[in-house]
Design a protein around this ligand. Structure first.
Ligand SMILES: O=C[C@H](O)COP(=O)(O)O
Length: 341
């Protein structure tokens, strides 16, 4: 631990969990249910209350020093390390997988005294074309490969092709499938069509975990976000995910709050747990801490776990590593010392 860190007196309640663990302790257990349209239509969102609550999160007393490093390590364990670019190559995906296995430089891990954590990210997320490359590069690590699917990002290819795409990625070794929904179903209030679509995708995923991307930036209202969250959970989603990273507005805290509260309501009424994955535009350690604080306050510590919470992010890890270096040495290094892929 750094000299700076030793001087701090951590406040009780600042610790991310009783013990920082790098492997999932909890898992989604959503079996889905019949579409309950009354419940869906009943969803109401108090916009100003949600915005006011979200605005308090970045302003709240930040978690300091000793515990901040622990929270940042927790954040790393929850990252779906992602590359979803038109210029992706097998070499870039292999570099990303290497980073997934060793997300923080060995000297920093040693200085933090957390060698025993065997820290890894939660998953590596790629297009179908790179699933096999990633599976091969991650063999023996236990890190699952997530494939974006169903015509990502717009989700407008023919339905049969979208279903076939899921099956191809599962056959190639993807253990997690990030599907996109048809936004028109949400915008038109066609909840039965949305339910049937997600149910078919769920069936095609088989044993693979299904993360349902709502593309919230396309959904027009927070009420639509709340209703779509609920329908996707009823259809059996393991996770609900905010965004593809390609919409003009991606993961925001108000959207995250609405989704987290939908997960909480669903859990309270059915007893089943669904995970949350904010994705798109989360690139700073401070933003990651705001999300983790929100999750702890809205869903409880159980959800602060890679089994129930993920960040979909391509560059967040670099900034977290930079903050950890600052924690250890008291200095900030330049960005290029923390390449991701
Ligand atoms: O699902 C993950 C996102 O596409 C990543 O978005 P990002 O590149 O803004 O971090």
């Amino acid at each position: 631990m750094s000299k700076t860190a030793k001087k701090q007196t951590p406040k009780s309640g600042d610790e991310p969990t009783a013990r920082v663990t790098a492997r999932p302790q909890f898992h989604p257990d959503n079996r889905g249910m019949a579409l309950d349209l009354d419940w869906v239509r009943d969803v109401r969102i108090n916009l100003s209350a949600v915005e006011a609550r979200a605005a308090t999160l970045p302003k709240r007393r930040s978690v300091k020093k000793v515990w901040q490093a622990a929270w940042l390590l927790k954040a790393i364990s929850c990252i779906d390390l992602t590359t979803l670019s038109g210029d992706d190559t097998a070499e870039r995906v292999r570099r990303l997988c290497h980073k997934a296995k060793t997300p923080v430089r060995a000297d920093l891990i040693e200085a933090l005294g957390v060698q025993s954590l065997d820290l890894q990210v939660a998953a590596v997320c790629v297009y179908h074309a790179y699933v096999e490359t990633a599976v091969e590069a991650l063999a023996g690590t236990g890190i699952p490969v997530a494939a974006v699917s169903t015509g990502f990002p717009a989700g407008l290819s023919p339905f049969a092709e979208r279903v076939a795409e899921i099956r191809r990625s599962v056959a190639a070794g993807a253990q997690e499938i990030d599907i996109v929904v048809t936004r028109a179903h949400v915008l038109g209030g066609h909840w039965d069509a949305l339910y049937d679509e997600v149910l078919a995708f769920r069936e095609a995923c088989g044993e693979a975990h299904m993360k349902t991307i709502l593309a919230t930036g396309d959904l027009s209202t927070l009420r639509n976000v709340g209703r779509a969250s609920l329908v996707c959970m009823m259809a059996g989603a393991d996770f609900i995910k905010t965004s593809t990273g390609k919409e003009s507005v991606n993961a925001t805290l108000p959207v995250g709050l609405v989704m987290a509260r939908s997960i909480r309501d669903y859990h309270e009424r059915t007893g089943m747990r669904v995970g949350l994955k904010p994705a798109g535009g989360i690139s700073k350690a401070k933003a990651a801490l705001d999300w983790l604080a929100m999750i702890r306050e809205e869903l409880g510590r159980e959800w602060l776990d890679p089994g129930l919470f993920r960040f979909g992010a391509s560059s967040l890890l670099g900034d977290i590593e930079r903050q950890l270096e600052h924690h250890v040495s008291g200095r900030y290094s330049v960005d290029y010392r923390h390449p991701v892929a």
